[in-house]
Design a protein around this ligand. Structure first.
Ligand code: BDP
Length: 712
């Protein structure tokens, strides 16, 4: 088992034989041309049933529409045409489906609002069978939370991937679209199985050469392998492409030559790919060009694309990740303020096919952030929430960090806009402010590695993302249990252990990285991997801890700080304004506190840091023995691979622990009440070893090294 089958292994559940009688062995596909999602649905269903129910090629796909003992897969239109109105259908809308077992006729109906819906229905039916669920009384309608369920790959044209943890690109090589797109097609199938309907194939920091005619033909080939799975191809575009690539003297979004350049590019794209999803745009951010260059507004920047795409039903995902580098010595400067400051003035000015894509927190995928206040501010604009499946700041797939609990924190957060219930999930679904478009997008970064994301266990995050984008009400526990059963089988011990490890993993990572909302404390400037707390201060990127010898944390209050807490609706703003009402886990995000300040838990800030780090590293160490307890219950290939990663995580969590506690001990000079910090009886310090060709030196300014010493 090399992981390539992901959760689509279709292994038989223990009660497979009991399910047999409810699953007919004839499948009728209504209205499926060979490249259509309904056709894929039929093939998938046959393959899945054969495997899950041990049927040796006994299931057939037929065009003979019998009345009984048949599985019928198709759209509602075609179904009623062929079978008439059977009376119990419900109204089906966009991508939804209806699943029913008809006990008297012994038929299974898998009926979609559209072709994609039918395919999603098949995947749901196969999920239920693979889980061994009771399918004898099935009668459900399932509809997605919102129409935007996208993934964003950060693949570069050269074939590498920004934040690459699972091998090179499945789409690009040497500046072109790869000849062999087999994996791209398989990826689309995996995406479709969790209801994802669009994939942006190239990096948000886009390369304009993607728009060359030959690359557009290449993109059309990717779209061809996506199409049977109902996944629409989308692309990131370089705002300056008219100049960088088109040879114009400007890329001013309101300049008529620029407008017509984009119009004709969009036409060329849609001629090659008539069902393209749309554009993802990162503008005026981290060196990317944007409308600001010409003093145009963000709305003008987004709308030029919206207008070009509208005739083709294309969508513009415009990222809210826009900020300027800041002057660190300015105590009021705060990158967290940027998104609201940039976007608020233009609420209501974006076209209807623009969706502002907002990261879950106001900074950048840190181990803990509060909910982005922008979700409560843009009431006349479509919005989607961006999360990162790629564990960029969270151990880069070398650490187990199960992310749905982190995402759910934002999805379930109630912003209380106008003192009315305003959970983020109801805002992005469009319900709260009555918007037509909305949903979720995730940065995914799968690559050529057989495990897709570079680690078997990391796949629970991709699976969990799909499940939440479809239904944000699903619980993290229910998602991980399903994923384990589908990925590793039904052994109770396997389920319990992997569930425990997964549910403990984000708290563990938070414990041994950055606590109390101080952010991840990883290397901020370059790798985003491993401890490097000193890089958070003293640079213009604004992921600051404001650490000094008395304390740490950002004062983001309105009264004395950067004013960030004032970006929330009044009730939430009031809660974060003072330490007294701020929950401990965000204490240092909102307040600058002395090391000796007592938290609500009763511990001091510094002792909390010490304890949390020891606790987190201990949990990571436990993962090794927990995983080892599954020896013999999981195939050797995956068992060994995961074991290696867990051993690495256990070791690296000690590096994290010692580095961070030393750092704050060196700053504060306050000893650990348990006497652990600074004492490493088991450790041989590098500087006390016999050195040939190296010399010890005192690290300055403060570093995380013990005794302030490193070797050079
Ligand atoms: C940062 C990544 C950078 C991305 C950026 C983004 O380090 O590579 O380009 O986010 O989201 O976290 O655009």
């Amino acid at each position: 088992e090399d992981g390539s089958a992901a959760w689509l292994r279709y292994a038989p559940p223990p009660n497979a034989h009991q399910l047999q009688q409810y699953v007919p062995n004839k499948i009728a596909i209504l209205n499926g041309t060979v490249t259509s999602p309904v056709f894929s649905a039929g093939k998938e269903l046959k393959q899945g049933i054969e495997s899950i129910l041990h049927r040796n090629n006994a299931t057939s796909i037929t065009s003979h529409l019998s009345r009984t003992d048949i599985i019928i897969v198709g759209t509602l239109d075609q179904f009623t045409k062929a079978y008439g109105n059977i009376g119990s259908e419900t109204k089906l809308e966009g991508d939804s489906f209806w699943l029913k077992y008809d006990t008297s006729l012994k038929n299974v109906y898998i009926i979609g609002a559209d072709q994609r819906g039918a395919l999603y229905g098949v995947f749901e039916y196969l999920r239920l069978l693979a889980l061994g669920s009771d399918v004898s009384k099935l009668n459900v309608v399932r509809a997605p939370m919102g129409p935007i369920r996208w993934v964003n790959q950060w693949d570069n044209m050269g074939g590498d991937i920004t934040r690459e943890y699972g091998g090179d690109s499945i789409f690009f090589s040497n500046g072109n679209i790869s000849q062999n797109l087999t994996r791209a097609g398989q990826f689309a199938r995996i995406l479709s199985s969790i209801g994802i309907n669009s994939c942006v194939v190239n990096n948000v920091n886009a390369n304009a050469t993607l728009l060359s005619s030959s690359n557009i033909q290449g993109l059309a080939r990717i779209a061809d392998v996506f199409r049977p799975w109902g996944v629409q191809l989308s692309i990131s575009i370089d705002f300056a492409a008219p100049q960088d690539f088109g040879g114009l003297s400007t890329y001013d979004p309101v300049d008529p030559t620029v407008v017509s350049w984009w119009d004709s590019k969009v036409k060329e794209l849609y001629t090659a790919i008539p069902d393209m999803g749309g554009f993802l745009i990162k503008a005026d951010s981290e060196g990317q060009a944007g409308p600001a260059q010409y003093n145009r507004t963000l709305a003008q920047g987004a709308n030029i694309f919206a207008d070009a795409l509208a005739p083709f039903n294309g969508i513009v995902m415009y990222r809210a990740f826009v900020y300027n580098q800041l002057n660190e010595s300015d105590m009021k400067a705060d990158r967290a303020n940027a998104a609201v400051q940039f976007f608020q003035p233009f609420d209501g000015q974006f076209r209807d096919n623009v969706v502002v894509q907002i990261k879950n927190g106001p900074i950048d995928f840190q181990v803990r952030e509060p909910t982005s206040p922008l979700f409560g501010v843009l009431q006349k604009t479509n919005v989607a929430m961006e999360v990162e499946v790629a564990q960029e700041y969270l151990g880069q797939q070398c650490h187990l960090v199960y992310l749905p609990p982190l995402w759910k924190l934002t999805l379930d957060f109630d912003l209380q806009v106008d003192n009315k219930p305003s959970k983020v999930r109801d805002i992005i679904s469009g319900k709260r402010f009555n918007r037509a478009l909305g949903g979720m997008a995730a940065v995914t970064n799968v690559g050529l590695n057989s495990t897709w994301l570079g680690s078997h266990l990391a796949m629970s995050n991709l699976y969990g993302y799909g499940r939440l984008a479809w239904d944000a009400d699903s619980s993290s526990e229910e998602i991980i249990q399903d994923w384990i059963r589908l990925t590793f089988g039904h052994d109770q011990k396997v389920i319990q252990v992997i569930q425990d490890m997964s549910m403990q993993s984000w708290p563990a990572y938070e414990n041994y990285s950055g606590n109390l909302g101080i952010q991840t404390l990883t290397d901020i400037l370059y790798t985003h991997f491993g401890p490097n707390p000193q890089t958070a201060d003293g640079n213009g990127w604004g992921q600051w801890t404001r650490t000094d010898k008395y304390g740490l944390g950002m004062d983001r209050s309105v009264s004395t700080g950067t004013g960030f807490s004032g970006q929330y609706p009044p009730k939430v703003a009031k809660m974060y304004e003072t330490f007294e009402t701020t929950p401990d886990e965000l204490a240092l995000w909102f307040h600058h506190l002395n090391y000796t300040h007592k938290l609500h838990s009763g511990k001091t800030v510094i002792q909390h840091f010490y304890d949390a780090h020891y606790e987190g590293a201990q949990t990571a160490a436990n993962f090794v023995s927990m995983w080892k307890s599954l020896d013999g219950k999981i195939d050797a290939e995956r068992f060994e691979d995961v074991l290696e990663r867990q051993v690495y995580q256990a070791g690296h969590s000690i590096v994290w622990r010692d580095s961070i506690v030393n750092y704050f001990y060196n700053w504060s000079g306050i000893p650990d009440t348990h006497g652990r910090v600074g004492h490493h009886p088991y450790r041989i310090e590098a500087e006390s070893m016999k050195l040939e060709g190296y010399a010890p030196y005192k690290v300055s300014p403060f570093e995380a090294a013990s005794n302030f010493t490193a070797i050079t």
